[in-house]
Design a protein around this ligand. Structure first.
Ligand SMILES: [Mg+2]
Length: 302
């Protein structure tokens, strides 16, 4: 019953009911996968795996990774295989019930409208004159995702302004998602159909699977998670997230009146700490009181 010692972690008064099911949506890199600078509790992932075996839990990975890199992460980090995968920063959704994983074509049709028939190649050609934008490897591109590297020292506002103008001229409705690859110290810019955010992907899947918002918990750590973290879905920001992202998430959530649906995992009171998988579980503890007995029953091996 080690979780019963977690004094100071209290349930969200906005969600006092006991939902019988949970759509647990989590980012991978530096959220569930401990590939950041901070340490991971040695029992965190084993506890996460055990928790995800519960029949109440439907697990979804929501990630910038493409399918092959998700498979690699599952093998390398001994992660549970999820029921669904929102991949390529929300531009593809897969049902993982059977091999091969099946793409939800209804989602692709939904987001394709934003680009009004403009192809990936045509957009890349239009943005090529900007020297600061360096296209990422082919494996990181997708039909509805242009991914660029951007030096952290460049004038980001100027570049994003220029990209916005070009896209507007083409009649393309896009969202620009900026994040930082901390280990590599490089900026990442994704140009996506406006509807193809992680937030819209999760909302689409939630409706598709008939979950109420209070039956969903999202966990994330970085810039491309911010629209979800500051949105209407109960969300946890893991403790190992950057101070800048923590501040941005709090500011955005406050502005949008969403402070009740954003939880900042902390390193203190939770037995496993608040980094990575432990932070995800801490968020479940916070938002879903009905599942606390299962968390309490998970005793980390000594
Ligand atoms: Mg991440």
């Amino acid at each position: 019953m080690i979780f019963s010692t977690a004094a100071g972690i209290r349930g969200n008064p906005a969600h006092p009911t006991c939902p019988p099911k949970l759509l647990l949506c989590t980012d991978l890199d530096r959220t569930l996968i401990p590939n950041g600078a901070q340490p991971e509790h040695p029992d965190a992932r084993a506890c996460f795996r055990e928790f995800c075996r519960r029949p109440e839990v439907t697990l979804v990975y929501v990630t910038g990774r493409h399918q092959a890199l998700v498979r690699e992460a599952i093998a390398d980090y001994d992660l549970p295989t999820p029921a669904y995968l929102v991949a390529d920063v929300g531009t593809r959704i897969y049902d993982l019930d059977h091999e091969p994983w099946t793409e939800l074509t209804a989602w692709e049709a939904e987001i394709a409208r934003d680009w009004r028939g403009t192809t990936h190649e045509e957009l890349a050609r239009a943005l090529a004159p900007c020297a600061e934008l360096q296209l990422q490897e082919q494996s990181k591109q997708a039909p509805f995702k242009l991914s660029y590297y951007l030096d952290l020292n460049c004038d980001r506002e100027r570049v994003l302004g220029w990209v916005t103008q070009i896209l507007r001229g083409l009649g393309v409705t896009a969202s620009l998602v900026w994040s930082v690859d901390e280990p590599a110290r490089i900026g990442l810019l994704d140009v996506l159909p406006a509807r193809a955010t992680k937030l819209h992907g999760i909302e689409f899947l939630r409706r598709h699977l008939h979950y109420a918002r209070r039956e969903v918990v999202f966990a994330g750590d970085s810039g491309n998670d911010l629209p979800v973290l500051a949105g209407p879905i109960p969300s946890v920001l893991v403790a190992n997230a950057d101070a800048e992202v923590k501040a941005q998430a709090q500011t955005l959530a406050r502005r949008q009146g969403r402070r009740q649906t954003l939880y900042q995992a902390v390193d203190g009171p939770f037995p496993l700490g608040g980094n990575y998988a432990a932070g995800v579980l801490q968020g479940v503890w916070h938002f879903v009181p009905a599942l606390r007995p299962f968390l309490q029953a998970i005793a980390p091996p000594s």
